[in-house]
Write a protein that binds this ligand. Structure first.
Ligand SMILES: Cc1ncc(COP(=O)(O)O)c(C=O)c1O
Length: 493
């Protein structure tokens, strides 16, 4: 270990005092803590360029003053408490010391909000219908480990060199191939940019398309993170109603919007799939008004009924659509890997922006993912988890219908969560969310979590979101029992 201290010859304070004073300060500031070992005297003397004996004498002085103690053959370590004489002196000084001035806060950030998806407290919830989380026990560990080993073999240059900020070429080509077959999108690898999930993609499009005062249209309700990112770039947010076919194109503003953010495969959070007619009308709106469409295909890998409709990016003939997708749902959010596909005309500017954001992403994860896609393992993995999730979705839907009369469940054709319209006798969704949470069951209303309402709408507090991938039959049954007890208790009072 190297200590962050230095000494200079020729000072009034001699070398030994300089060392003692600086190590005592590291201990007082908590940079060195009780039990931490000090470097061996030989090491510290080499680091500071002083005689070893100077360090030996310094350690002895620190020991005498009670800062450190001998740890036998393991050398010298920080003592369990600060020396009493030192603490007394500190109390005397602190009584007279001026209150340190607080550093100025960056107030221009005050109006921003965020909706962090990081919530470790939820990781311990026994029965959690968490929205958008894959079942971690289904992660393809064995093959992933083999691919990591293969890629690491022979200390590749890519480990120590910077990579292309746009992403590893092999991965971008593999993604271009994947979306051609699965989403009908014809694009070149040049149009594909690797991003740290949709979240970075949203920042990328904002930097690319928005200026303070630009208008951004969003579905209402929508994905909270998207709204907060656009607002942080100074955009004015316009909510547009969502019907059974997704966003209602007739409710779009006639002019002036810079972009519309939509989730056509599985509207987030309510779950309808945008019909082909609405897709065509939305594209026509973008062409007519000179706006762009940001298509977030966050859970488009999961389609259980019917074939997936063509992505907006596949239908786009006017270079108006930026397509965002993620591996957070198919593999795991911990990978932080997603992609943006931009129209050819936006590629040069997108490259510029991406370069400003970061110097690329982890080479190893990108390389392994490229192999995973190209080998066909990704398709097999998707087939496998789709079957499991479909079975869980069906079990949950049947359980809800069996237990709760006049229940209405939507959004099950694809994705990873259901939208449950509560029975009439149930308490408001946000109340039910709170009481169930205290019983260890996670359900999600539209008021917090990943969903956001730009304007309240009729019936919003009768809706709960239920993510089903992580709950097998036994857990689903337990959770439904809990919910039923709560609703029975509510209707009995
Ligand atoms: C609509 C929507 N888009 C994107 C994401 C996640 O994006 P990422 O993990 O790729 O940043 C989520 C996660 O819940 C989501 O609900």
């Amino acid at each position: 270990m190297q200590l962050p201290i230095s000494v200079r010859l020729g000072r009034a304070e001699h070398l030994q005092q300089q060392i003692v004073r600086q190590i005592a300060m590291l201990i007082e500031n908590g940079l060195l803590r009780a039990g931490d070992s000090l470097p061996a005297t030989r090491e510290l003397s080499a680091q500071l360029g002083v005689a070893r004996n100077t360090v030996v004498l310094s350690y002895q002085a620190l020991r005498r003053e009670g800062f450190v103690e001998s740890a036998g053959r393991r050398g010298t370590r920080v003592g369990p408490t600060l020396p009493r004489a030192y603490l007394n002196a500190r109390v005397r000084v602190s009584k007279t010391a001026a209150v340190p001035e607080r550093p100025p806060e960056p107030t221009h950030l005050d109006q921003w909000r965020n909706s962090s998806l990081y919530d470790p407290s939820r990781n311990h919830l026994p029965l959690d219908f968490r929205v958008g989380r894959p079942d971690r026990t289904l992660f393809p560990h064995r093959i992933w480990k083999r691919l990591v080993d293969q890629r690491l073999h022979g200390a590749p240059l890519a480990l120590t060199e910077y990579g292309d900020p746009l992403g590893l070429r092999e991965l971008r080509s593999a993604i271009a191939e994947h979306v051609r077959v699965s989403r009908g999108i014809l694009c070149s690898a040049d149009q594909v940019l690797i991003v740290a999930g949709v979240q970075e993609g949203l920042n990328l499009v904002s930097r690319l398309l928005l200026q303070p005062g630009s208008s951004a249209v969003l579905e209402n309700p929508t994905y909270a993170s998207a709204a907060h990112v656009f607002a942080s770039y100074g955009a004015t947010l316009i909510g547009c109603e969502v019907g059974e076919e997704g966003i209602n194109p007739r409710a779009l503003p006639r002019s002036g919007a810079r972009l519309a953010y939509v989730t056509p495969s599985h509207q987030f959070p309510l779950g309808p799939t945008m019909s082909l007619e609405s897709r065509i009308a939305l594209l026509e709106w973008a062409r007519r008004t000179g706006s762009f469409i940001v298509e977030d295909d966050y859970d488009g890998d999961f389609r259980y009924q019917g074939s997936p409709l063509m992505a907006l990016a596949a239908l786009d003939r006017s270079e108006r659509v930026v397509y965002l997708a993620t591996f957070s749902k198919s593999l795991g959010a911990g990978l932080r890997l997603g992609y943006a596909i931009v129209p050819p005309s936006l590629v040069p500017k997108a490259k510029m922006v991406k370069d400003l954001f970061n110097h690329g992403h982890s080479w190893l994860e990108q390389a392994v993912l490229a192999d995973f896609l190209r080998s066909g393992a990704f398709d097999s993995h998707l087939r496998r988890i789709r079957m499991v999730y479909l079975e869980r979705r069906d079990y949950l839907t049947a359980g809800l219908r069996r237990r709760f009369a006049e229940t209405h469940v939507l959004g099950g054709e694809g994705g990873m969560h259901l939208t449950w319209y509560l029975p009439r006798t149930a308490p408001p969704a946000h109340t039910l969310q709170r009481t169930l949470l205290s019983k260890g069951v996670g359900v999600y209303c539209l008021m917090d979590g990943p969903a956001l309402m730009l304007q309240p709408f009729d019936g919003w507090d009768r809706i709960l979101l239920l993510g089903y991938p992580c709950l097998d039959r036994v857990k689903t049954e337990q959770a439904l029992n809990c919910i039923a007890q709560e609703l029975d208790a509510g209707s009995a009072t």
